[in-house]
Design a protein around this ligand. Structure first.
Ligand code: G1P
Ligand code: ZN
Length: 543
């Protein structure tokens, strides 16, 4: 075995976005592309010599090859040990769990999350720090800067490790331990939730359909829901992780998980439905003929948190991303705790969780989680719901309707305009920003503008600042429109328009969401000049 120093040159565009570096897998497979980025990560770390790294991915195309390359580079860069999931697999939440449990130095997550996989799909790589969470911007900025000056990368010429053989292997002076990717995570879930009560629920004949969308959530859901909780075999569908996710777009929303939505309709439907995404950190919660909006899910979990053993002592605070609906704020107010509003992206929750200021966090993009790890966690949310269903004996729909009756309903929807021209998208945002000073006090149809700004955030823990995190127009009586461009897409630009309207009167909680928001949708289209600037008359995805 020899360590080689391979000369290389900077490759433009290796800038981490909302959640790591994401590109087409064909870009990642170019000579030196992965190596340059991994070396830039290693060069940006201080004190990593002899330390332990956790490594794995969601099993998409190129996962195995990338794991082998990274193992050889970690050895050449002086790491002492790498814990890698069997088969090179780990869900994103499980990596976070294992980093924390083992006190590892950090971890590398291979995933493009909810983006499609396969030979012409997307690939991604993300560095997580010792708290188990995504690296903060100062680290990702340093990595990006390094990608611009890199001249060589270090790699061992050792043979590939047998990733399917659990146990210890060696590359140069580094130990590679191939571990069960599920065990530590399952043990943590068992401590947080009342597994006896959920087991009894299934024993009474409660039925569920968990759609893992042929992604990494499958092995975790099968081991926990079917294995430990005794749900019948077949409760987890699409449970085998496939390199192309079986052609699924593993983004659990009612559009991409239409099959699950169909199964959840009618008298014969299961009591409870759920789905998770490519790397199993997102979740969708479905009742019989009833979809739970992710922002509502966060609020319901917060309001019922003490039913779960892990949260019996109550919540220190709640945090949500800025575009997420303010339903959770109303729960926080009721509980007398703070609700923090952060920019989009899970990395912004890390400091609040580390400082003990927040216990639950959530995003409107089907992401929910807590201080148990430092990533959002799909199966955790599903188990939390199961715990609530077991403790209350009520159906999903009743729980949400009672929540609305108590706190009011935040009608909420996100309209995405995908793969639009990047220059047109930038111009649209510039056009919006130019209007900000003149909007307050203006009446737009039925809506009076109270404030309008481009969201900026000062981290209350370390004082770091993040500017231009989304244009928001806030109206009287709790309605809002937020505009931002996606930081995870790999084709052109994606405009996200977030719409929210608050309704306290429970006799008005039965309107269909798009009808309830129609007035705001029209205002958004006009203020941002969406049709003309994007060339689209309708969004590509409505969730
Ligand atoms: C999207 C979601 C965001 C989430 C991120 C990673 O980012 O909107 O909430 O944290 O994926 O899962 P965006 O594409 O909007 O930048
Ligand atoms: Zn994900």
């Amino acid at each position: 075995m020899t360590i080689r120093n391979i000369a290389t040159q900077p490759i433009p565009g290796q800038k981490p976005g909302t959640s790591g570096l994401r590109k087409k897998v064909t870009a990642f497979m170019q000579p030196g592309y992965l190596e340059n980025f991994v070396q830039s990560i290693f060069d940006s770390l201080e004190g990593s010599a002899g330390q332990t790294l956790v490594l794995g991915g969601d099993g998409r195309f190129y996962n195995r090859a990338a794991v082998q390359t990274i193992l050889k580079m970690a050895a050449a860069n002086g790491f002492g040990k790498v814990l890698v999931g069997r088969g090179g697999l780990f869900s994103t939440p499980a990596i976070s769990c294992v980093i924390r449990k083992t006190g590892a130095f950090g971890g590398i997550v291979l995933s493009a999350s909810h983006n499609p996989g396969g030979a012409d799909g997307d690939f991604g790589i993300k560095y997580n720090i010792a708290n188990g969470g995504p690296a903060p911007e100062k680290v990702t900025d340093a990595i990006y800067t390094r990608t611009g000056t890199i001249t060589a990368y270090r790699i061992s010429d050792a043979p590939d490790v047998d990733l399917d053989a659990p146990g210890t292997h060696t590359i140069e002076n580094m130990t590679v331990e191939v571990v069960d990717p599920v065990a530590d995570y399952a043990e943590l879930m068992q401590r947080l939730f009342d597994f006896d009560a959920i087991r009894a629920l299934f024993a009474r004949g409660f039925t569920m359909r968990f759609d893992a969308m042929s992604a990494i959530g499958g092995p975790y859901a099968k081991a926990i829901i079917e294995g430990m909780l005794g749900a019948p075999a077949g409760t987890v569908v699409n449970g085998e992780p496939l390199e192309d996710f079986g052609g699924h777009h593993p983004d659990p929303n009612p559009v991409n998980a239409a099959d699950l939505i169909g199964c959840m309709s009618g008298a014969a439907a299961p009591d409870f439905g759920a789905a998770s995404d490519g790397d199993a950190d997102r979740n969708m919660i479905v009742g019989r003929d009833f979809c739970v909006a992710p922002s509502d899910s966060l609020a319901v979990l917060a309001a019922n948190a003490t039913l779960a053993p892990g949260y019996r002592d109550g919540l220190a605070g709640i945090a949500r991303s800025m575009p997420t609906s303010t339903a959770a704020d109303r729960v926080a107010a009721g509980l007398g705790i703070r609700c923090y509003e952060t920019p989009t992206g899970w990395k912004f929750f890390g400091n609040l969780l580390d400082a003990g200021m927040a216990t639950l966090c959530g995003e409107e993009s089907y992401g929910t989680g807590s201080n148990h790890i430092r990533e959002k966690d799909g199966l955790w949310a599903v188990l939390f719901w199961l715990n609530i269903l077991a403790a209350t004996g009520k159906p999903v729909e009743a729980i949400v309707r009672e929540h609305w009756a108590r706190f009011g309903r935040n009608y909420y929807s996100r309209h995405d305009y995908e793969a639009i021209d990047s220059a047109a998208a930038d111009a649209l945002v510039t056009h919006l920003r130019a209007q900000l000073p003149s909007l307050p006090g203006q009446r737009l149809d039925d809506y009076m503008v109270e404030t309008a700004d481009d969201f900026s955030y000062t981290d209350p823990v370390d004082g770091s600042e993040s500017q231009k995190q989304g244009v928001r127009i806030v109206f009287a009586e709790g309605s809002r429109i937020v505009f931002r461009l996606s930081g995870t897409g790999t084709e052109g630009a994606t405009l996200r328009v977030y719409l929210e309207r608050y309704e306290a009167d429970s006799s008005k909680h039965d309107i269909s969401t798009q009808t309830a928001l129609a007035g705001l949708i029209a205002v958004a289209g006009r203020v941002a000049d969406i049709a003309v600037r994007t060339g689209r008359n309708a969004p590509t995805v409505v969730t």
